[in-house]
Design a protein around this ligand. Structure first.
Ligand code: GRF
Length: 211
């Protein structure tokens, strides 16, 4: 049985693209079954088309309840035998019901070294701006399990970059994205190989052999 993943993305989709590319480059064993997006304009849709990956556009129309939106997502997912949901720039907060239904089967990539610069309001360039304004000397990215508590689920893997004196949020974002593009596919493959374990509420990669 292939290890089927669904990638949720709302915009640019550079992590989605990396998940596809790294799989081929490194012979990762997961299978990218479907892209789920809430944004009909997402660049991620073009990437899905170019790579012949099915996609589901599920908009949250005005006045629609979150539960109804998520029910539509669940219905769409039921077609793909998904083992893992990967949030890669998905700009919505999932309900506790949804998260608990997929307990330890949803991961997220966040562009800071959590628990620093996480939580409400901490997204995209806000994060990098705050990191620079705080005078941090390092930043990076975190891959973690998604729990009800936003950006607070067990940390699986992190990669660090330097923050340099002349960095702008844009420059720092690009440096971190390069690391994200390696870290996220790597973690997905480790999960697919059953090498990620939760022990006493913390996540561990049992054999960490990334270069
Ligand atoms: C990334 O920085 C990711 O860490 C964050 O959202 C951004 C998505 O970028 N969660 P992309 O759509 O994958 O290019």
């Amino acid at each position: 049985m292939p290890f089927n993943i669904a990638v949720f993305a709302s915009g640019r989709g550079s992590n989605f693209e990396a998940i596809i590319k790294e799989k081929h480059k490194k012979n990762y064993i997961y299978n990218v079954s479907v892209l789920v997006t809430d944004n009909p304009q997402a660049r991620a849709i073009n990437i899905a088309k170019e790579n012949k990956i099915p996609f589901e556009v599920i908009e949250k129309k005005e006045g629609m309840k979150r539960i109804d939106h998520e029910n539509e997502i669940s219905k769409a997912l039921s077609k793909y035998s998904v083992e893992l949901i990967v949030l890669a720039g998905y700009m919505r907060i999932l309900s506790s019901e949804f998260v608990n239904k997929w307990k330890f089967k949803i991961i997220n990539i966040h562009p800071s070294l959590l628990p620093a610069f996480g939580g409400k309001g901490m997204f995209l360039q806000n994060i990098h701006k705050s990191v620079i304004e705080r005078g941090c000397k390092v930043s990076g990215c975190t891959v973690h399990y998604v729990t009800e508590d936003i950006d607070n689920g067990p940390i699986i893997y992190q990669k660090v970059v330097k923050v340099l004196p002349n960095d702008t949020p844009d420059i720092l974002e690009k440096r971190i994205l390069k690391k994200e593009h390696i870290a996220l596919p790597y973690v997905i493959n480790e999960i697919a190989n059953n090498r990620v374990k939760i022990i006493n509420g913390l996540a561990y990669i049992i054999k960490d052999d990334i270069q």
